[in-house]
Design a protein. Structure first.
Length: 219
């Protein structure tokens, strides 16, 4: 009974309520971050990634509450978390920014700075939306990332260059590598002369002899 009565005293209940509010605040702010990510993502977002943003924001707020002002706890948690090995490769650097976005907001909430967390969440979100709409309105709609494969041991440029000259006003070779199948994979940054002619360019390049695995991606 003494343990129960000690637990039900006012200060522990206040601390428990404060911690619950921090978790709820980090959850609400992480939902806003996920919405910003979905609104500004050009491809269909992976649910696993958006769920991870919510979980990270809440967990880091819990971690900050646990650490408090204790340096010993901070080092203990660093040692415990160092055993985790992350194998998932994040291909879009923009996704890394959103991971740090969620982490920073969670840290602010857990450290007892809700005003900073709320201000940062909405201000950064508005700036991200502004950048997205700026790119949508003033960006180059006819620039693409282009990938295709060619067999080895031949003059590569003579195969695709006539099609490039017909449809493109700009091309830049980004990467050239040899695949396990010994085919040569080329990656270009290209700009079309006709912004609406990407399908015709794609079909014509795909029909070129020896050109395989043609991929176009608007960035």
């Amino acid at each position: 009974m003494n343990i129960l009565s000690d637990f039900l005293t006012l200060p522990p209940l206040i601390a428990l309520g404060t911690d619950a509010l921090r978790l709820l605040l980090s959850f609400a702010l992480s939902i806003f971050i996920v919405n910003i990510y979905q609104w500004t993502h050009t491809k269909v977002p992976q649910k696993s990634f958006t769920d991870t943003l919510i979980i990270l924001c809440m967990l880091i707020s819990v971690v900050m509450v646990i650490i408090g002002d204790s340096i010993a706890r901070a080092f203990s948690l660093v040692g415990a978390l160092s055993i985790i090995r992350f194998r998932t490769a994040i291909q879009d650097p923009r996704d890394i920014g959103f991971v740090f976005y969620a982490l920073a907001v969670g840290m602010a909430v857990g450290a007892g700075n809700p005003s900073v967390a709320i201000l940062a969440t909405f201000l950064i979100g508005i700036i991200i939306l502004g950048i997205y709409h700026w790119h949508q309105r003033f960006g180059n709609n006819n620039e693409f990332s282009l990938e295709f494969c060619l067999p080895p041991d031949q003059n590569l440029e003579t195969v695709y260059q006539p099609t490039f000259d017909k449809h493109l006003v700009y091309e830049r070779l980004i990467e050239k590598r040899i695949k396990k199948s010994q085919q040569v994979e080329l990656t270009f940054r290209v700009r079309l002369a006709n912004p609406h002619g990407w399908l015709a360019f794609f079909n014509e390049l795909s029909r070129v002899e020896n050109v395989t695995e043609v991929k176009m991606d608007k960035e």
